[in-house]
Write a protein that binds this ligand. Structure first.
Ligand SMILES: [Zn+2]
Length: 334
């Protein structure tokens, strides 16, 4: 892929007329059909003009970011339903996809779009598999999300009322997935992004910030003028997964501090990818940087826990978020 200097304005790669090519319906492709209709799976809601949350509630948040000339869809989700159909009424044409990183839950609809860009390290990560060893684990645990969410909702009705209509959990379509499978085979991205690139959407531009840590290819998008950061899996209220293949807690701490320092006082919202809260306050970037540095320096209190996929890891618990790192292998466990 062509090498570019940071600061390049991406226009050519985004200028693909007929912005997406649908996978053939009813053909031989295992991705010919989706488990659930877009209407039954996504919650698509504007959070402010030009910013649309494309939620797979309880699973992952994708974002449609629009300017006067074009839209970017940041991440394409889990591949359970047709994300292109979900965004169709809300998007400026043409639509280009940008992947925050290439784990399975962010690339599930990539094949629906002709114009997909990701960090320059992404193709190698796609070739190595998109964290696919966790797909089976996710399939195993996702049916249990409903019961857990019902407990939260019951407690919420005791008088807390933090849950709005968007704070939902979509039921796992187990029979449909059983019948037609759930596979990931994202085509190689056509666009290669590096830190400092600017994506021009007309009256809005997005700067690419390379934030390795959770994944080596992870990027955030920054709209400096609007004061918005899309942090995706770099920052959210919940467990920060830094024990995966390709994760690096030292790099993560450096990325977290960079965001906290560079964006201090200049952003008003941080949009994210996971758990029930789609936006966190900018001050969280500082909390996260402090915590991540503590963990990276070996100064945090770490406790052994079983993480969401059933793996034994070490966790530093900060209340509304935690940082999970690989368990130290003892000779007996080898
Ligand atoms: Zn991820």
């Amino acid at each position: 892929m062509e090498k570019r200097l940071p600061g390049t304005t991406i226009v050519a790669a985004m200028d693909v007329p007929g912005q997406r090519e649908r996978a053939p319906l009813g053909g031989d492709s295992p991705r010919a059909a989706f488990a659930v209709s877009a209407a039954d799976w996504f919650v698509v809601v504007a959070t402010e003009p030009g910013v649309t949350l494309v939620a797979e509630p309880g699973h992952v948040f994708n974002w449609l970011i629009s300017g006067s000339e074009r839209s970017v869809l940041l991440d394409t989700g889990m591949g359970i339903a047709d994300v292109a159909a979900a965004i169709e009424p809300h998007a400026e044409r043409p639509v280009s996809v940008v992947n925050s990183h290439v784990h399975f839950d962010h690339v599930g609809g990539n094949h629906l779009f002709a114009d997909v860009a990701a960090h320059e390290l992404a193709p190698a990560r796609i070739a190595a598999g998109c964290d696919l060893d966790h797909v089976e684990a996710y399939r195993r645990i996702a049916p249990g999300f409903r019961a857990s969410f019902e407990r939260l909702r019951d407690a919420d009705r005791d008088g807390w009322f933090v849950l709005g209509p968007e704070e939902e959990v979509r039921d796992w379509p187990a029979p449909e997935i059983e019948a037609q499978g759930w596979t990931f085979d994202p085509p190689p991205p056509v666009g290669s992004l590096v830190d400092g690139d600017v994506i021009d959407l007309g009256d809005r531009s997005l700067r690419v910030l390379h934030t390795p840590g959770h994944a080596a290819e992870h990027i955030c998008l920054l709209d400096e003028r609007a004061g918005l950061l899309w942090a995706q899996e770099q920052a959210y209220y919940g467990p920060q997964l830094l024990y995966l293949d390709g994760s690096d807690v030292t790099a993560y701490a450096r990325s977290a501090r960079r965001l906290a320092v560079e964006l201090a006082g200049s952003i008003r919202a941080v949009y994210v990818a996971h758990c029930l809260r789609p936006a966190v306050p900018p001050r969280f970037l500082v909390e996260l940087a402090d915590a991540a540095e503590e963990v990276a320096a070996g100064e945090a209190q770490l406790a052994p826990v079983t993480e969401m996929f059933g793996e034994r890891v070490l966790e530093a618990d900060y209340g509304h978020f935690s940082i999970q790192v690989p368990a130290v292998e003892t000779p007996a466990e080898r």
